[in-house]
Design a protein around this ligand. Structure first.
Ligand SMILES: [Cu+2]
Length: 139
């Protein structure tokens, strides 16, 4: 094997490594890059889906909340928010009842710190009464 071939082969291998690693980074979801697990929450008329889910103490989560209905909603999770490490002010505001408009997508970034069962729901009493409530179990 001559020296020129070895140099060329090494260059091609290097390019393949760079290509494959940059492609992997592009296709990874953002949450994986940040070490957060996604929790997808859909707001519909009269319900929150899923209505019940499990989280682990100490694990960072990204709640991705989408209002699929045609009216405003306002999620509020005071009991849960009080026991979680909330990563940013926007998440804090949203968890305290910021309005989520029809079609709007928003996020909560947080890490649960205390095991327990927490209720959360739409801050509009009529919506909560109509079934817009959900339960978080933290283990
Ligand atoms: Cu509502």
């Amino acid at each position: 094997m001559n020296r020129r071939f070895i140099v060329l082969a090494a260059a091609v291998c290097g390019m393949l490594l760079v290509l494959s690693s940059s492609q992997a980074a592009d296709t990874l979801p953002v949450a994986m890059n940040l070490g957060m697990k996604d929790v997808s929450i859909q707001l519909a008329t009269g319900r929150i889906q899923p209505g019940e889910f499990n989280l682990k103490v100490g694990e960072p989560y990204r709640f991705v909340i989408v209002n699929r209905s045609d009216v405003n909603h306002s999620l509020s999770a005071p009991g849960f928010a009080g026991t979680a490490l909330i990563s940013d002010v926007e998440s804090m505001n949203i968890m305290n009842g910021m309005v989520i408009h029809p079609g709007e997508r928003t996020e909560w970034h947080l890490t649960p710190l205390m095991a327990g069962t927490y209720k959360f729901g739409c801050a509009y009493p009529a919506h909560a009464a109509a079934g817009m409530e959900a339960t978080i179990h933290v283990f």
